[in-house]
Design a protein around this ligand. Structure first.
Ligand code: IPE
Ligand code: IPE
Ligand code: MG
Length: 248
């Protein structure tokens, strides 16, 4: 159990009866981490994968049910081609190296985002990882890849319009539940806690519908330096929040 490896006082701070069901993370700061060391940006992304492994393990050990990781946004195509290609290759490397371990941990891998625009070799690994872990019942690991919150909503609107046009649905019946059912995250609860590393204070088009009542937590720590204790600190902070959802 990971908790043995951590400081006793940190362990004692967590209330095991109030673990967020869904944690979503904007993994930011890889490029700056590399720059600080005089390394090419891709080394920051590589180092960031180590943090991904740590965070997946902690969430799995704490019985968090859903973990959503923002790995590539639709806006990230604006970056230099070599960085984009590097990120695609790192995805392949991560999935091919980790899928057995994830499977062993009973993790179910789901990709959210527009997968029609990414290289075939990525889609092949994604398909294999999703297939292999499809029946797992532990942590659900959503990897947001070529993801955009606005596109998520646009896609949902298109699907709903098709149903209205074909007469399966009436416009007057459209409600939050129907929108939820047509998002990439259908069937999943909204994130309880969204955290962002790397010091920026924004959502950058991440889960913009689903985050309506999420608790937000920001850290200056660059993603490759982010560790188990930082995640635990975020959860402890979350547990101190008073979630009112508009009530008293
Ligand atoms: C986040 O780190 C990873 C991706 C967006 C893929 P960045 O690459 O944005 O790192 P910074 O923000 O430039 O430091
Ligand atoms: C958000 O980080 C996207 C991911 C973490 C994948 P960015 O670095 O792309 O966000 P901005 O450009 O600073 O808003
Ligand atoms: Mg960034």
């Amino acid at each position: 159990m990971f908790l043995n490896k951590h400081k006793v006082e940190t362990k004692n701070k967590i209330n095991m009866n109030n673990i967020p069901k869904h944690i979503a993370i904007i993994m930011d700061g890889n490029g700056r981490w590399a720059k600080k060391r005089g390394l090419p940006r891709i080394y920051g992304h590589k180092a960031g994968i180590k943090t991904v492994k740590k965070v997946v393990k902690v969430c799995s050990d704490l019985s968090v049910k859903y973990l959503t990781l923002y790995a590539f946004s639709t806006e990230n195509w604006k970056r230099p081609t070599d960085e984009v290609n590097g990120l695609m290759n790192l995805l392949i490397e991560y999935l091919s190296n980790e899928v057995d371990e994830l499977n062993k941990k009973n993790v179910k891998v789901i990709f959210i985002g527009d997968l029609s625009k990414i290289p075939d070799k990525c889609n092949y690994e994604i398909f294999k990882a999703e297939e292999k872990t499809r029946n797992n019942t532990g942590l659900i690991l959503n990897i947001a890849f070529n993801y955009s919150g606005r596109n998520d909503i646009i896609n949902a609107v298109k699907k709903i319009c098709d149903k209205v046009v074909s007469g399966q649905l009436k416009t007057s019946d459209i409600n939050e539940d129907i929108i939820n059912k047509n998002l990439y995250t259908y069937g999943q609860p909204d994130p309880d806690l969204i955290l962002r590393s790397g010091g920026e204070l924004r959502l950058s088009n991440f889960l913009i519908w689903q985050s309506a009542y999420s608790e937000l937590w920001f850290s200056d720590v660059l993603w490759p330096d982010f560790n188990e204790d930082d995640l635990i600190e975020a959860i402890v902070e979350y547990q101190k929040r008073n979630r009112r959802f508009g009530g008293l």
